[in-house]
Design a protein. Sequence first.
Length: 256
Amino acid sequence: MARIKNIALNTFRESIRGKLLYIVLIFGVILIVSTYILSPLSVGAAKDKIITDVGLAFISFFGVMTAVIAGSTLVNKEVDKKAIYMVLTRPVSRLQYLLGKFFGIMTALILMVVAMSVVMGVVIVIGGGSITEGILAALFLSFIEMAVICSVVLFFSTFTTPILTFFFTICLFAAGSLSSDLRVFAEKFGSGTMKIIIDLFYYILPNLKLFNLRHEAVHGIAFQYSDILLTTVYAAIYSSVIIYFSYLVFSKKEFV
């Protein structure tokens, strides 16, 4: 555990160096500007809904993009700098190395999500609204979604370049966000072969729609905590499987 912790701390420092504060600053400015631009279009409760909707959307967007951009260079940067040779020559297994990288970037994402959530909360309170359980649950699921994306980024980074890692992850993110809708479309209009193919992709790709609780948070719709628990378990299992496959690929990689 100590070895994983040391790698995670080093990865955390690299992730926040020169990035986190700028991301939070950009988020705060865009959120505040968007609120002041859009709020005159509505009054009362509708104003609070706009602030909440814009805030949750930007937190999800910035979080995912940070996970993709920072994670795409996790392994390749150390390979290019030859730093990975120094790490792997020590009593550190390749699985410990990958877990350290994963937990390091996730720690940076926790800090970023908390900081952006505080900015959003301040704007909501200033606008006369309140922080509800739905908002907190939506923020939690957004973070869990980032963990799944981070595991996918880690997987691609073990065998391809940063640019291709970025491209593949964005494609998978888009496909995972639409997998449920594509399955419904195939059930209604698709042929038998199309249904089989869509079902195959549905179960392989992460079902990212499960992590979107923004509609419920914005409109105050009731939700079940059991659903959040099941979604969290699903994310943990999916991320663990992807990290294991990352280890299988990384363990066969030769560094010369």
